[in-house]
Design a protein around this ligand. Sequence first.
Ligand SMILES: [Zn+2]
Length: 426
Amino acid sequence: MAASAPLPPPRLLAIALALAVVFSAAGARMPASVTPISRNLYHSSDALLRDIKALVARHPDKLSMDTITASNKGYSTELFVVTFNHVKESMDNDSKIHVLLSFGQHGRELITSEVALRLLYILTEKHKIAGVDLLSFEKMLENLVIKVVPMENLNGRKRVEEGELCDRRNGRGVDLNRNWSVDWGKKEKDYNPYEENPGTAPFSEPEAQIMRELTKSFKPHMWVNVHSGMEALFMPYDHKNTTPNGASAHLMRSVLENLNHRHFQDSCLVGSGGGAVGYLAHGTTTDYMYDIVKVPMPFTFEIYGDETASTSDCFKMFNPVDKKTFDRVINKWCMAFLILFEEGLRNLRDAQGAVDNWVTMGGDIVEGSAARESSDEKRKLEGLDLGMQELRTYFRLFMLSTALLMFMFCTRISKNRNRDTDEQSA
Ligand SMILES: [Zn+2]
């Protein structure tokens, strides 16, 4: 008889809760569909590095490579910098425009490093891109020294290759695009402690330290931080909803708008990182490059995003997964860089002397108090993430109440059946 007695409500609730937790946990462990890394399209970090080393070895007249290591509190990293210096000896390097490009600051954005590799190929071997002959750019390239960091966040990238497809942070969980000193550590209402961990202090991370030193020694005129997650051409600021004032801002905007018009049919989002997407980011690299290093043209490019991908399907959200899109994105953005170099060179030469920032380029870089924050690509997507989290919570509550109702219903039937059986046998 005890077996057919009604269960006390607390016990019933506990069982329903347990069922709901099991359902919910199973859901979390097994997302509906997660796209793996397309190994047939993407290089592993080791293979990418091997290809770059081989390329440098084939073109010692144009390319060189430095390996820089740094460590902090038991955590160490290695950073590779490839320098392209066309017809090295024919011209005084100081008169050239210095361009610094960084790819892969966020581990999960693999497509960016593929663009870096292809760009190096185009500059040295594969002189044709999307039907355009690089010969038309040859003269322009003679006036540039280009430093390319193909994988800024090597440790974070390796974690992604090991299966942490949603991780954008470095090897010990710090977002390298929040670890710089301009407005460092400030947290917005939608601050995501997992994604946006700024580290224990500005430049606590060896990757950021190396990049800062590289910037000090190279003194770039143009900086591009290359990311994925959406498509946009950003200028400062990331940490506030405005662009800087004055001639330098005018110059930056005109370069981006010309690039957008010439190459993207005005389809790209152009503006300040903080303003264009309506979210703010603090401690970013590009804001530091502008406010502290006084780089005349500091940009953040967002080169690809799949808005239809589920937020748990990170590889697909940040990287093309079919060959056609993969090739199209790479070609489009390699060409964009060539046009950017051309626009940058022309505008910088025209503006030399007229822009305040220009005169500081040959001087010492002094950290001022003007530090201000910056942006990141992904604020919009992070907002979307928060929305999805809410939806997931509602869904779990719904599952819980459904499980509870079903359990009560089944218990009722079972009780009735037992009573029927009891009555029959009696
Ligand atoms: Zn990113």
